[in-house]
Design a protein around this ligand. Sequence first.
Ligand SMILES: [Zn+2]
Ligand SMILES: [Zn+2]
Ligand SMILES: [Zn+2]
Length: 268
Amino acid sequence: MVARYIAKDINEELARREIIKTSPAAVSFPTIYYQHQFGRIPVGQYYLPVTQFLPSYHMTYCTSCWKVGHMRGKCKSHVCCRKCLMLYVNGLKHTCLMDDIKCVQCGENHLLLSSTCPVIKQYRDEFKVAVDNALASGLIKRKSPGEASRPFQVQDDDFPTLIHAHAQGQGEARRFWQASIPQVPQADQSNLIREVNVLSAAINALSDTMTRVEKNLNSLNTCIESQDKRAMLYNNSINAIIDTCFTLSNWVQASNSERTKLKKNINM
Ligand SMILES: [Zn+2]
Ligand SMILES: [Zn+2]
Ligand SMILES: [Zn+2]
């Protein structure tokens, strides 16, 4: 059973024709109107969550123009026959003969995705190498046999988005994934290194300045201490001078008997 989301404004008959083109075996088309905000859809006796469709890592090809490397949602070409590439015209019955078969990838007379097509062969080979590399680097993981399956939950890095050849220039190597770590462009890297070097030099200079400032502060401290000692010495000397002056003034003012007494005191 396959459920397709189709917007309400698309005619049911048109939707049916489009589905038949991609899945010719489809037989029954029941329509389910569901409330989008509930995010669930009843299937049998189950009420299943509706999750975003994420393309698997199979060969990606367009079901409109049939070229590999992009999907229908991104296609700008008209819908055409997958066998003879004739554009579909609404309401016109189309049958193509074996001689009309033309490959959209290489223009030769074989069916779409044929293993004889050189473009498809190259695409498969490159894709295989890309998958092996992505597995080796841990960008995608392969479930090991016997590993218990967990209930489905979308993790951000479960489905790294495939990027496709059409987004790249002709002649460039095909890339299937973006590298997991965004690469810093070469020019940016050298700029970064230059800036780090400048910053490192500035930090060294700052460190030297700090050492010099520290030395200066130490010598200033020593200087202040010696000034302090000198000031104390001056203070003591001044006190001594004042005492002497006082004694002298007493001497001058005193009577003879008192002078004899003072003399005795001084001699003592
Ligand atoms: Zn296309
Ligand atoms: Zn045809
Ligand atoms: Zn071909």
